[in-house]
Design a protein around this ligand. Structure first.
Ligand code: URA
Length: 165
């Protein structure tokens, strides 16, 4: 399958059924122009390999498209400045499933009232798209105990994708 980098700092297959949304590029992503290529991305790649998700067949995007200084959380105005871009990515890619990686993605997409601890591992339906919130890979790096849940959530995503074929 041909790998395509459609837009700077975004990566993947424009026909992907599964889209991942992270928070924003870090230092490594800024240098390489591709999301999730640093330590968090390497963990995500290992999880993909273990589960059998082909990174070149999914689409990976972020809430913000520029690196927040010092890796701080994106500010409200930064996230809303990038939201139309992300919305258009979703319209173009037409994913059936969106995996929300961490609190920032969850709260900007489903709403600020959603908590990652309570929401991860559960399906949410919105406008014909199935959303699966899970831990951000950086949180998994900080806390080994989250790894099992992260893997389990991604397995549910793969199983769901197979039922939607
Ligand atoms: N963390 C994110 O949320 N996105 C990236 O692209 C890299 C790290």
């Amino acid at each position: 399958m041909k790998k395509e980098q459609i837009l700077s700092l975004e990566y993947g297959d424009k026909h992907a059924k599964i889209m991942f949304i992270g928070e924003g590029p870090g230092a490594d992503e800024d240098i390489q122009g591709e999301p999730f290529v640093g330590k968090a991305g390497q963990l995500m790649n290992k999880a993909f390999e273990y589960i059998g998700i082909d990174r070149s067949k999914v689409y990976i995007a972020n809430i913000v498209k520029c690196r927040p200084p010092g890796n701080r959380d994106p500010e409200e105005d930064e996230a809303s400045a990038c939201m139309d871009y992300l919305r258009n990515q979703v319209i173009l890619i037409k994913p059936k499933i969106i995996v929300l990686l961490g609190r920032i993605a969850l709260q900007h997409i489903l709403g600020p009232e959603y908590k990652i601890t309570a929401s991860r591992g559960k399906w949410f339906d919105k406008k014909g798209i199935k959303y699966m919130p899970t831990w951000h890979p950086s949180a998994v790096l900080r806390d080994e105990n989250k790894k099992l849940y992260f893997i389990r959530d991604l397995l549910m995503v793969l199983q769901k994708e197979r039922t939607l074929q």
